[in-house]
Design a protein around this ligand. Structure first.
Ligand code: HEC
Length: 223
């Protein structure tokens, strides 16, 4: 091979490589220079329910909805129902918390026959031994066991709000222990529906027989 030609080629390569190295020097010190795949450094912010045109399906045009998030599929558990059972109860176990619960907590269930019946079962399992079948405070634990009697539901507790009941069942009160670990939040609301019938035996029961939580009322529920 011709010696001068090989030197020329080497010189050419060295110059080209040097120029390439120099190209990484930029005048602006703040500039990041050339970015390879800038999307990896700054990912595009995608908002839900906005059409970015990422789905353009010609075979199934029904998929071409104009938003990036989809409607939940049929049978999806609503967040409120999910939150009711799986989120921690956020109201503190204080006298102020008790008052707050009375103001803000509302049952997500209608006062229907079906819910009351489901609540009766919870009551029979967890409450009747102290409170008695009619809620007079004359359960077996009181009569035979000598446990101090709870007040009657249709007596001192006649106007007790459902939110305070929920708070008491959750944390306990006085000689009544907490039932939070035994009774799910939805079952607590169901047993409250039954307790309400003992507070006011003449009160109206809704015709509506739904067992599903009324999700419209749960938005304000802070748990
Ligand atoms: C060990 C006996 C016992 C059991 C079991 C029990 N309670 Fe009580 N309960 C009491 C006593 C005693 C009180 C009175 C507490 C106080 O005011 O100091 C009470 C109070 C209450 C009150 C009034 C709370 C308030 O805010 O003043 C409600 C409502 C209530 N119980 C519902 C229930 C329900 C529902 C169950 C079943 C899930 C239940 N209790 C299980 C003994 C019991």
């Amino acid at each position: 091979m011709n010696l001068t030609k090989s030197i020329h080629i080497k010189a050419l390569f060295t110059t080209a490589f040097g120029l390439l190295l120099l190209s990484s020097c930029v005048r602006d010190e703040q500039s990041p220079g050339y970015e390879y795949m800038p999307d990896m450094y700054r990912s595009p912010a995608i908002e839900a329910y906005v059409d970015y045109g990422e789905i353009r399906d010609t075979i199934r045009p029904e998929l071409n909805l104009t938003m990036s998030a989809r409607q939940p599929v049929e049978g999806t558990v609503p967040m409120s129902e999910y939150a009711m059972n799986d989120m921690p109860y956020s109201i503190p176990n204080t006298p102020e918390g008790y008052e707050l619960a009375g103001e803000v907590l509302k049952s997500p269930y209608p006062q229907s026959q079906k819910i009351i019946l489901e609540g009766t079962e919870v009551y029979a399992n967890f409450c009747v031994q102290c409170h008695g079948a009619k809620g007079k405070g004359d359960g077996a634990v009181v009569i035979k066991g000598g446990h101090p009697a709870p007040p009657a539901y249709d007596g001192t507790l006649k106007d007790l709000s459902e939110g305070k009941m929920f708070h008491t069942i959750t944390y306990g009160k006085g000689l009544m222990g907490s039932h939070a670990s035994q009774i799910s939040k939805s079952d607590r609301w169901k047993v409250i529906a039954f307790v309400k019938t003992l507070q006011n035996p003449d009160a109206q029961v809704t015709e509506q027989n739904g067992s599903e939580a009324d999700t419209t009322g749960t938005a304000e529920m802070p748990n």
